[in-house]
Design a protein around this ligand. Sequence first.
Ligand code: AHR
Length: 507
Amino acid sequence: MKAKMTVNKTFKISEVDKRIYGSFVEHMGRCVYTGIYEPGHPTADAQGFRGDVLKLVKELNVPFIRYPGGNFVSGYNWEDGIGPVAQRPKRLDLAWKTVESNEVGVHEFMNWAKMAGAEVNMAVNLGTRGLDAARDLLEYCNHPGGSYWSDLRKKNGAEQPFGIKTWCLGNEMDGPWQMGHRTAHEYGRLAQETAKIMKMMDSSLEMVVCGSSNHKMPTYASWEAEVLEHTYHDVDYLSLHCYYGNQDNDLPGYLAQSLEMDEFIKSVAAICDYVKAKKRSRKTMYLSFDEWNVWYHSNARDAKNEPWQYAPPILEDDYNFEDALLVGCLLITLLKNSDRVKIACMAQLCNVIAPIMTAKGGPAWRQTIFWPYAHAANNGHGTVLTPIIECPTYEIKQKQHHGPDIVKEIPFIEAVAVHNADKGEMVVFAVNRSQEHELDFSMEFQGYGLADILEFKQLSGHDIKKTNTADDGSVAPSDGLAPTKDDNSVNAKLAPLSWNMLRVAVR
Ligand code: AHR
């Protein structure tokens, strides 16, 4: 079966903002404690951070990390995490019904992120707290010195300010589960005032305001419109969150969920543009898809969890091969929308719905979804080109809120090309959604002269339910069959159900 992608040098979507390959570290479950941080672990450094995990985070090449939550941030007192560790209070975290030891706070996390080579996207608590705590945290983190909070930071060991540029104005404030849940009007006003006073301290800061927790929320769309009515002039990004899953064990439908992500992004961009038009604004609102991933495997197990434990194993999804294929499709979708999506964070980084898993006191390993993320974050930089795809399709039925099911045509191929002018290479990411057919995939790069094929990696040939474990990392990429090429096109065989990355040197 044949498929074709044509790209043209002049048909550009956008430059990739590297923050599109962001991640997320929340104080929940074992993401921090026994995840990135475990004093006494054989690989731990003097601060208690695990060297084996840090090595994998560097391998992923994560450029940007949202912190410290998530639902956790809506009850968090950031001051609990500063000063001598032995004197820090243990607190009940009501979001996840766990005990937070505060061993890791802003200093420790900033040090760790620096070692990981990642910029931090700090969230402020607009749930149980508000303006005052937000401006104090900003002063503590970013002011050079000569004020109460900045001098306290110096006293606590950080002479230089942390220089945090991007800030989240709370988390999922539309959700009734959120501590301090608010209506769109209440949140819009609070977020606007918080952004305003934070920008009074530093007008170059970038602010992310909360959109809906997902597009199935009853207030979805009207929430975005009303929040932006209040905040449009003071914020820079609107957030989107969405988790995907194969609860129905329907592989064709599951792999089509990236098209839902695409529709969600385009709808939210349209809402932003509606508010832009209404306000006669010249500013474009960009999007921060700051929570996305597959999340469903651990739900049943988590329902039985005992409350008030320290670092319990919650949201520990064991990802299988089909999840890696969907994650690949989602990454391609984010790239295809890179004109609007400037920030995206895979939720989360370690143990909690994560590409990296650890055993307490034991090894760390790569989940299946690690691979498409690592390929994209390491190689998907430069200019995204508009992919014109010609390929066979399959049909799925989708339920609607009102009216009969609709039939949707799903292309077998999900693909995108990114031209990295600095490195002189063209990188293609492609998923073959077909279960039966190998695709003879021809890629035409109009306006480019092709030199050597540098790499063709493929993740394929596994049982769709196969996972990786501490002892078995066999869901891993291997070299695909050598592609053929002429002056401006390449032909590659995409195995049935495969994630593919092709790198070609271009002139
Ligand atoms: O990432 C896990 C949780 O999912 C986050 O805490 C919350 O923001 C979302 O509902």
